[in-house]
Design a protein around this ligand. Sequence first.
Ligand code: GUN
Ligand code: ZN
Length: 438
Amino acid sequence: MSSLQAQRAVRGRFLDIQHTVSQASDIAPAIRYIEDGLILLNAGKISWFGTWEKGKDLLSADTPFEHYPDKLIVPGFIDTHIHFPQTEMVGAYGEQLLEWLNSYTFPTELQFKDKAYADKIAQFFVQQLLKNGTTTALVFCSVHTESVDALFEAAEQQQMRLIAGKVMMDRHAPDELCDTAESSYHDSKALIEKWHGKGRNLYAITPRFAPTSTPEQLQKAGQLKAEYPDVYVHTHLSENKNEIAWVKALFPEQKGYLDVYHHYGLTGERSVFAHCVHLEDAEWDCMHATHSAIAFCPTSNLFLGSGLFPLKKTWEKQVKVGLGTDIGAGTSFNQLQTLNEAYKVQQLQGDKLSAFESLYHATLGGAKALDLDDKLGNFNLGKEADFIVLDLKATALQALRQERAKGIEDALFALMTMGDDRNIHTTYIYGDPVYVKY
Ligand code: GUN
Ligand code: ZN
């Protein structure tokens, strides 16, 4: 066999999902598990993937090569909702959403007008993502343009594919944290021109949520989306019952919370709505009809006492869903911990969340929710080479449990129940190992 050009080769035990599915029951048949596999990487992409036996002759002697015989390699985790300026306020005590925003969030986010401070936290934030095996995220910045520059600059240094945007917020927040409909339009437009499609960066128009935007600002957000149809829209929806009542009082002319966004042209293929815990049937139908996506954030929904997200309904109603950590209302950067809580949220509703479905939401399903499943989410040829090497036995208790695992599905479920950042051995971004534990 002739040798294929490869800048790097990785051998080990690989697990991914071969294609997107429209029913949870279709995930198990799409699982691809290769006990001794090989992946070849070239210019940040996957140039070959298969068994070691079939691929070993493709390697040339000078190809950089890593072998992980006792680990598990999966596609990088995708976080579909997280706030970078809230990194330092995880675990703020005692409040539910609206009081939590006023007491903790707004004072914290005020600091991000200072570019040097934003730079410092952006570096820390990106390192936390990598340390937790998250290779792509959809990120809220603060209202300040400096925070967006800081984050994209930090992501660029790692060649990470990141989607982010400046918060648009012109009411019901401290004056120093408010923009105006007009300034938010111009600032967001300038940021789109500067960052969207630059390297692996993508931009999201980011109205915080309906209560903190005037109708004029939502109209401007919709105008931006019409001018730049391939940028994202990222906001919150139907998280907390008091929030929903407030939206109904602020926008009595609309039929419901989602209708506010829909009215201003903010639903669609690249629109991601965090939470959606309390959607009404008509709203589920609108999410489906507009191809909008949900970010399910279990640690946040439990921490703020927001409610139990009905994950099963996303299959019934055919609505795309990804997994979000929602730092800092969420309590961990880690998608294994997030899946651990996601499982319990389903248990409390009498539903089951299998290990394979969990892997789907954290990888290929998340990529689909972000309209990036042509680029990310599994080991198909030509996809961007973002993947992670997992140590299944990072603690003595994990080792004891894993030695008794009944096959790969059970091993994965135990990992998702007990795992955290200690299980992330190496994180590859665009073909390069950018984080290595130890
Ligand atoms: N709704 C509006 N802003 C926020 C926020 O920062 N976090 C969460 N969880 N919900 C929100
Ligand atoms: Zn959020």
